[in-house]
Structures are given as C-alpha cells and as structure tokens.
Design a protein around this ligand. Structure first.
Ligand SMILES: Cc1cc2nc3c(=O)[nH]c(=O)nc-3n(C[C@H](O)[C@H](O)[C@H](O)COP(=O)(O)OP(=O)(O)OC[C@H]3O[C@@H](n4cnc5c(N)ncnc54)[C@H](O)[C@@H]3O)c2cc1C
Length: 336
C-alpha cells in the first residue's frame, strides 16, 4: 500500500534490472518540503526522485519477471519453513525460498514485536486536482506532528499519495479514528488542510498495524533468504523501503547464484551489515521527528544549514555500489 516516493537509489537499482520507472510516467520530484510547528522549510534533494504508484511499478516488475522467464503462480501462504511454503491452495516445495511478504508476517517466520507504543501506517489516495498540483508540485512533503508524520507526493496520474506513519498512541488520542486524526493534523497545519481539500472524506483509508521499524534480520537458516521488509524495515520517513527491497533481491540473487540454498545465512549477515547504517540513521531521524524538540529544532537547523537535510537524505540510502566483500564460495564441505 505504500512506497509512492521512489528515491534516486531505488530508480538506479531498478534500471540495472531492466525496468526504468521513468518510462512509466512517474511524477518528477526534486525537493523536500518539511512542515513543522507552523513553519515550512524546503531543500533540494541530492538527485531526482519520482512519485509513482505501487500499481504502476508492480505491474511493470511482474511483466519484466515473466519476460525474463519467471513463472507466476498466485496463492496465499499461511506458513513458511525451509523447503516448504504452505499455501491456501497447495503446499509449495522448493530447495530455496525467498521470503518477501513485506509488511505481513507469515506463520513460523514472524518478526519480533516490541511492546509499548507500536507504529502504524495509514494511506489514502486523493484524486488529481489542479489545486493539489499547484500546492504540491515537484515536492515530497513531510508534515510532522506529535507521534508521527504524513508524507504527500503526486503520482503518475496526478493523484496524491498521502501516507502517515504514527504511533498507536497518536491514533488513540484521536479516538482511534483515522479521519479524526487527519482532521486534527489539518486544523494545526493550513497547507496540509489545503492539500486534503474537500474531497478527501470519500477516500478509502487503508491501514497497516505494528510496523517493526528498525528491525533487521541478522541471520536466517539455509534455504531461506529474507528480502525487503522481511530483511530490514527502514523507517518510512527516509523513503528508502523500496530501495532496500530491490537491493536485497539483487544481493540475494548474487549469493544464491554462487552458493545455492546454503548461501542464505551468509547473504543475510552481509545484507544486515549493509542495511545497518541507513536504518540506524533513519531511526534517529524518526525519533526526532516524533518529538516536540525535533519539531522546534528541525526548521532552525534546516534554515541555518539547508545542506544538512540534503546530506541526511543521502546518508539514509542503501548503497550496493560500495564494494562488498565478495560472497564466499559455498560448498557442501564448507557451508556458508
Ligand atoms: C506508511 C508507510 C509509507 C511508506 N512510504 C514509502 C515511500 O514513499 N517510499 C519507499 O521507498 N518506501 C516506503 N515505505 C516502505 C515500503 O512500503 C516497504 O519498505 C516496501 O514496500 C517493502 O517491499 P516488500 O517487497 O518487502 O513488501 P511489500 O511491498 O509489502 O510487498 C509484499 C507482497 O507480499 C504479499 N504477501 C504478503 N503476505 C503474503 C502471504 N501470506 N501470501 C502471499 N503473498 C503475501 C503482499 O500482498 C505484497 O504483494 C512506506 C512504508 C509505510 C508503512
């Protein structure tokens, strides 16, 4: 449901796979606008990004995979153990399983949840309008509020993708009603209210519960490669989740080609090391963005040193181009 903002790193990685999202008619994004405490600051992004719906991207990826020889079967998987994905329609047996169920956990492979105040995601799509086009333009907008943020970006058809990541307590404070929460944010933020317009009441609000932001799979068992959000969950404020998903797929494929099913643990450890710096930085940024202190400090820092936000945006990217220790040759005698 999320991932409308495609970072320059996501774009570059997809191009290496033969899918250029820029040919899918995405909306050009070149700067970040940060709204907090009644103030707005803006800063250019280090490189060009794109607003593109998941529908457009996923359709293109599926087509490219089939053209490359993949066979597509559709089922709902109930549980996964090495060698077996137990589906609703049948059991799927394979020496290697690439687990990419994203935000949703499957039985026997659930990611740990910490107690306390879990993170939630909300999303709504607003129809194209001239007013929103002129308000949002080529920005990725981040609106900070107590306990979370809302991101807004225009997509290929002019529609606006509005995604919120917030603490459960922020929703509870709004009577556990996403519409009241949005009204509350709009009351304190004129620009956000203008972006919502009058037609948002009829938009469907999708929700996702208990997102384990910051979690990284440090290890796995042979035959089970964890990808995307099942490998590392970067706080969505960074707009890098799609890039992590693609990067993990590319890296897992490299390890598998070299070492087969046995290479899964070595891949997982190497990917964890690569994901660690951007995930940690995004976690720190999220921590600040949720707090009053962060709301006070962010606009001051951004106006005194605008380059700092740009640097932060760059540092939150996963870098596969950086030379990695080459995957070890795995053999039966010397498993990875
Ligand atoms: C509020 C919010 C906003 C975000 N905004 C952005 C953004 O702007 N840019 C960005 O780059 N990232 C963003 N992210 C992060 C991004 O959405 C994820 O990191 C990314 O989608 C992960 O890709 P994935 O392939 O691992 O999982 P997903 O994209 O979640 O895909 C998982 C797929 O598996 C399927 N599936 C799940 N369970 C099963 C099952 N049991 N059986 C069969 N199929 C199953 C699902 O239907 C889905 O098709 C955001 C996240 C949130 C929560």
């Amino acid at each position: 449901m999320c991932g409308g903002f495609m970072s320059w790193r996501s774009l570059a990685q997809l191009v290496t796979l033969g899918v250029d999202p820029r040919t899918l008619g995405g909306h050009a994004v070149d700067h970040l606008k940060l709204f907090t405490g009644g103030r707005a600051v803006q800063t250019p992004l280090p490189h060009a990004a794109l607003g593109l719906s998941r529908h457009a991207l996923d359709t293109a990826l599926r087509k490219a995979a089939i053209e490359a020889g993949a066979k597509l079967e559709i089922d709902t998987i109930r549980a996964v153990v090495p060698g077996l994905a137990a589906g609703q329609s049948q059991d799927w047996h394979a020496e290697t399983i690439f687990l990419a169920s994203g935000k949703h956990d499957v039985r026997d492979q659930a990611r740990p949840r910490t107690a306390g105040d879990p993170a939630l995601g909300l999303r709504l799509r607003l129809p194209a309008s001239l007013e929103r086009k002129s308000l949002i333009g080529s920005a990725i907008e981040l609106h900070l509020f107590r306990g979370g943020y809302a991101g807004i970006v225009l997509q290929e058809d002019g529609s606006a993708n509005v995604c919120l990541a917030l603490r459960k307590s922020a929703l509870t404070a709004a009577g556990s009603d996403p519409r009241r929460l949005l009204e509350g944010v709009a009351e304190r933020n004129e620009h956000f209210a203008a972006c919502l317009g009058d037609d948002w009441h009829s938009a469907k609000i999708e929700t996702i519960g208990a997102v384990p932001y910051g979690w990284i799979a440090q290890d796995t068992t042979q035959g089970l490669f964890r990808l995307g959000d099942q490998a590392a969950v970067i706080p969505s404020l960074a707009g890098e989740g799609m890039s992590i998903a693609v990067a993990s797929g590319i890296m897992a494929a490299r390890y598998w080609l070299q070492g087969g099913a046995e290479a899964a643990p070595a891949y997982q450890r190497a990917f964890a090391a690569r994901a660690h710096p951007p995930v940690q930085l995004a976690k720190a940024a999220r921590g600040l963005a949720e707090r009053r202190l962060g709301h006070l400090v962010a606009p001051v820092v951004a106006s005194l040193a605008p380059g700092l936000l740009t640097k932060l945006a760059e540092r939150c990217r996963i870098d596969l181009a950086r030379p990695e220790a080459s995957p070890p040759a795995c053999t039966k005698a010397r498993p990875c």
